[in-house]
Design a protein around this ligand. Sequence first.
Ligand code: ZN
Ligand code: ZN
Length: 356
Amino acid sequence: MGNKRVSKLRKVLQEQGLDAMLITSGYNRRYLSGFTGSSGYVLVTGDDSYLLTDFRYMTQASEEVTGLKVVQHEAKFIDTVRELLPKGGQARVGFEQDDVTFSAYTAYAEALQPAVMVPLSKTVENLRMFKDEEELAVMQRAADLADATFSHILNVIKPGMTERDVDLEMEFYMRTHGATSSSFDTIVASGERSAMPHGVASSKIIGNNEFVTFDFGALLDGYCSDVTRTIALGSPDPKLKEIYDVVLEAQLHALAHIKPGMTGRECDALARDIITRYGYGEYFGHSTGHGLGMEVHEWPRLSKLADEVLQPGMVVTVEPGIYLAGLGGVRIEDDIVITDSGIALLTHSSKDYTVL
Ligand code: ZN
Ligand code: ZN
């Protein structure tokens, strides 16, 4: 596994005239090496690749890492990097400018002289946009677990419970069914709180005649799912059912038309235009979706500003919403993979208007 990903990265480095790249980001380290420990670095050169870690992780690293040499680094890891650089140290070394602080950069640049450090952005992240078969299989399991969690919570939720009770029940279900954790702080937003797109579960008691929005996902074997469903308890304000239908129409329209070759902006417009046509454009204040993988927000983005072109193998969310302050809100979110001809859904929870 490590080998293939490292080879792809090496090709990118060669195209950019670089002799090596130092990877400091934890997600990218895991992606390239398979190492799940919390401390380490990856160094890729023209001929070799290394996972550098400290004494505590040597056993774990040698078990997990494939295709890279596992090296125990010195007290200052950067001294080990210098020793491993090609060209007697006269190398151009890429580093992750979005991950390295200025003070760390200053220390590395001094320690690696005469090598020159070259800032890179999204280099490994661009590889991570394209999920391979193995990753898609894990992501399908993470999505399946989210679907199962939603079915479970529909059997449990009732007026009188707090949002936090519901959150805990969902967390417990996910973790007892294979998840490492939830992929992010679960949103359980009921009543007027459902108008808050990021209403993390609170101590609010869920009342009758309210909408409840659940936005949640499972982190499973290093990959995230991210699903949103909105349901009704009792008989809420009819206006809420009206916006439910609009959001559902927008989401289904986007799912029916997204295909490879479209830009993120075009995908965003598929959902946004419908919501705008019904007069709710100003109440849909976030983007239509985002890439999903090891992290819950990855590239590409489906937004008004996104130029990236969707290509087969990318996994993104589609999640339009409408939020009416003082009344409530609706969001519906699925995870999809871009295929050669269109999309395949990873999440399958029912989107029929559900009243409990
Ligand atoms: Zn979500
Ligand atoms: Zn999302």
